[in-house]
Design a protein around this ligand. Sequence first.
Ligand SMILES: [Zn+2]
Length: 390
Amino acid sequence: MKKLLSICALSFSAMLLVACTSTNESVNAQTCNSGNVILTADFAAGRMDECKALGNSEYLITLKPENTPINSSPWYAFKIQAEQPTTIKVTMIVKGNKHRYLPKISPDGLNWKLQSHKLNGKRLIMDIDASQNAVYISAQEIIDNQYYVDWAKTLQNKMKVSYDVLGKSTQGRPIYKIESKSNSKEWIVVLGRQHPPEITGALALFPFVETLLEDTTLAKQFREKYNVLVIPNINPDGVFMGNWRHNANGLDLNRDWIDFSQPETQHINNYLKSLVAQGQKIKFAIDFHSTPHDVFYTMPVNYGIEEPYFVKHWLGHLDKAMPNFNVVLQPGNTPNNGVSKQYFADNFNVHAITYEVGDETNRESIKVIAKNASTVLMQTMLSNTDHNKE
Ligand SMILES: [Zn+2]
């Protein structure tokens, strides 16, 4: 757990003024201030665990995980501003671990490009032009909790969906659900952001869901036959704090789908079980994540769940529909480790997949693949093909 820290409001007038006020939000609000230049992480999803000014134009940032042991996915996001234009050198090291994400730069927190850098052993070194116009440097695009709220509201303005709080996180943040509901009793479930830094998974979830909820004949037919439940941001505390992987209790939520020791997974399990208790059926689930390369983790065809060839058919069609994209399907059975995919198979006797997007997969490709995956999924779920046979 993080201590209550001060949030500092910065002002660049004749002299650099730093005014600090206390807040209830706990932020990893490290600030490096060497007179002309200031580096700070005092915003939602911001993080640079330690920052040291080594003179006027050189900075050393040390990244540290929320707790250990942990999968090595060091997250960082900070803002740089200078009273007088100057070029600074920033070196980032990871305590006890190695870098995973290539640095990105943005003038506004919305538009990003790769930041040039050198990897010198464990040191990631960047030269950055600083001026009065702040720039953001981040491990990936910053998609904070507010981003999901704005996205859901845009969906709601365009489409007939409900948008409600499913429950509260460990630190009391809302976990939202978006639903499209017809007279059907069958559901497909879309999950995201169990792991906060896995941004490319989020970048795929958005177009995937938008395609399911579109005003096309296919999507309308699909939504007549299937209800859609989307829980796009399961770990809002981890997202806010810029955690590498865990929730506010230092636990990996995607290992908690047997024990349900955490409020985040409990809310989802309780809700799904309540649907089933009302005679509804969970038909399929997709959980969005990121890893070094695009891959779909699936349940094996011989696992004994219903329509054993359904996922193979779907992803086979996707592979054919996208000649320039190699669909990699990796079936696996991992009993007792508490991942969501296995939870759906074991509790509802249906397929589920972990949709893994490469960390540095081209952002335009992520959209195109996700849109196609969604379209082909709807076609496959509406077709009369027998998924009991290869
Ligand atoms: Zn993950």
